[in-house]
Design a protein around this ligand. Structure first.
Ligand SMILES: CC(C)(COP(=O)(O)OP(=O)(O)OC[C@H]1O[C@@H](n2cnc3c(N)ncnc32)[C@H](O)[C@@H]1OP(=O)(O)O)[C@@H](O)C(=O)NCCC(=O)NCCS
Length: 172
């Protein structure tokens, strides 16, 4: 199912057949340097299953990022629910295949997900949880008007919580 469209991308629900294409993203050691380890094939399959459960339970999750020009699945971007300091927050997350970094694809997809999130969900803010040393991810958040709200320990590691409030997102 297609979720949204930007000038260069469509975002659609992931399905089990996406495991090959998504492995090129999530099994790449450089892409996954802020995770405990790159994903092996079973982890990629579990990752897809988790998103499919999220679509059913929450109506959203990380969606597949497809390049319109080639039809290739080149990453993911979407909305998930995360517990931060005991509060449920809607988070924007993204991963892009490494050979396509630096072309603005993550920012383009994330912007569209922010708009969709505020349009569909009754939330006053949307966040991104980002390791302080993850400068490209921080830049994506900042390009979309997010600012650092607070720093927390999350999964035992320091994370910056970037946030944008509904009224600010609507005014951009
Ligand atoms: C984070 C990620 C999705 C960004 O994807 P992308 O499509 O390259 O993102 P964009 O092109 O929209 O923006 C990246 C920005 O970071 C900047 N950047 C890249 N490396 C940087 C660095 N070392 N220091 C500072 N800025 C950097 C780019 O110049 C660009 O900013 P600009 O448009 O102002 O020039 C991609 O790097 C990725 O998949 N990383 C691994 C997964 C990950 O960390 N996901 C986020 C988890 S919180």
């Amino acid at each position: 199912m297609q979720i949204l469209e930007t000038s260069r991308l469509t975002l659609r629900e992931l399905h089990p057949d996406d495991a090959d294409a998504l492995s090129l993203v999530l099994s790449d050691p450089e892409t996954m340097r802020f995770y405990p380890a790159p994903f092996d094939r079973p982890k990629v399959e579990q990752w897809i299953d988790r998103q499919i459960r999220r679509y059913a339970n929450n109506g959203h999750g990380l969606w597949g990022m497809v390049l319109k020009s080639s039809g290739e699945l080149v990453g993911d971007c979407g909305l998930t629910v995360q517990e931060v300091d005991g509060v449920s927050e809607v988070e924007i997350g993204y991963h892009v295949r490494r050979d396509l970094w630096g072309q603005g694809l993550a920012a383009e997809a994330a912007r569209a997900c922010l708009d969709l999130g505020f349009a569909r969900l009754p939330v006053e803010r949307i966040v991104s949880l980002i390791r302080p040393e993850n400068l490209p991810s921080r830049r994506v958040a900042e390009k979309n008007g997010m600012t650092v709200w607070k720093e927390v320990q999350w999964h035992d590691l320091p994370h910056l919580i970037y946030a944008i409030r509904r009224e600010r997102a609507n005014s951009k």
